[in-house]
Design a protein around this ligand. Sequence first.
Ligand SMILES: [Ca+2]
Length: 336
Amino acid sequence: MSSLQSLFLIMTLGLIVSPDCHSAERHPNVLFIAVDDMNDWVGCLGGYSAEVHTPNIDKLAARGMLFNNAHCPAPVCNPSRTAILTGLRPSTTGIYDNGAWWRPALPEVVSLPECFQRGGYLVAGGGKVFHHTPGFNPPEQWNEYFLQVFDDHWHRPGSLETLPVKGIHWPAGFPLNQLPNVKNGKRPPANPKEFDWGAMSKSDREMGDGQMVDWAKRFLKQSHDQPFFLATGIFRPHLPWYAPKKYFDLYPLDEVELPRVPDDDLDDIPEAGCKMAEYRGDEWEYLKANNHWKKAVQAYLASISFADAMVGELLTALEKSPHADHTIIILWSDHG
Ligand SMILES: [Ca+2]
């Protein structure tokens, strides 16, 4: 289980050396890329038993520093992200799940974007940086924010400000995986609204992540009076595993390998962890009973490769920008 919960980081730094460039005296910019729910199934970490297509992340790892023994602070979004963005472990904050709003619990804490803001940085964010439910991303800590655009029923303008709202949007043909329980809203799964996967007939830039990346590319094209901290939160490979069809085509179903699940996998896990595994374990049984395990793995792989393509778009935009030689790049995932 530990490999599924790993968090990895890649850092690179380019420093200005040109003597005629005034920005040599400035603090470096930071491009901070979060990828949601991505485990070690990337080429540079070798966590998947077969080939996985992550050329952009692998290229970044090759030119930077890869932290291949990093561990996530918690196996779900909110506590992991709160820990990363405040520097405090869940055992210090008391935030262990997705329901606890971090700001009222930590009124004195200075978050990472606030820290940069106080240090004279221009602080911009887009997509899912803090957890994506309402109130979890205090707007005053950003100079500019591009709200997350969802590809599923969350998708609506300004969704982070207004959730929960009326007018649920379902992708055409929902559920794309055609699983009966998902169609009928029954358990398992615990959350049938997002327990879906399939190829979308959309271009990269029509996807929610693609729209966020387009915004970030526009930000990178501009020159800025201050050094910047640009946080970009890519939502895939978080469920639902929707991605353009070309990413599914990378992984023909008959070539998809299932992960090894040892019988004693939970023997070294504390009781609380076993309860968590038990709580969602029925979803895996449901997949197997409906002949969907391989299809789910295929969709997760496709979503990883789509996220990798989004990382590539950001890196290319940075390379072409006036900031290319004076920006630290950090890539991380909150958990697998
Ligand atoms: Ca997550």
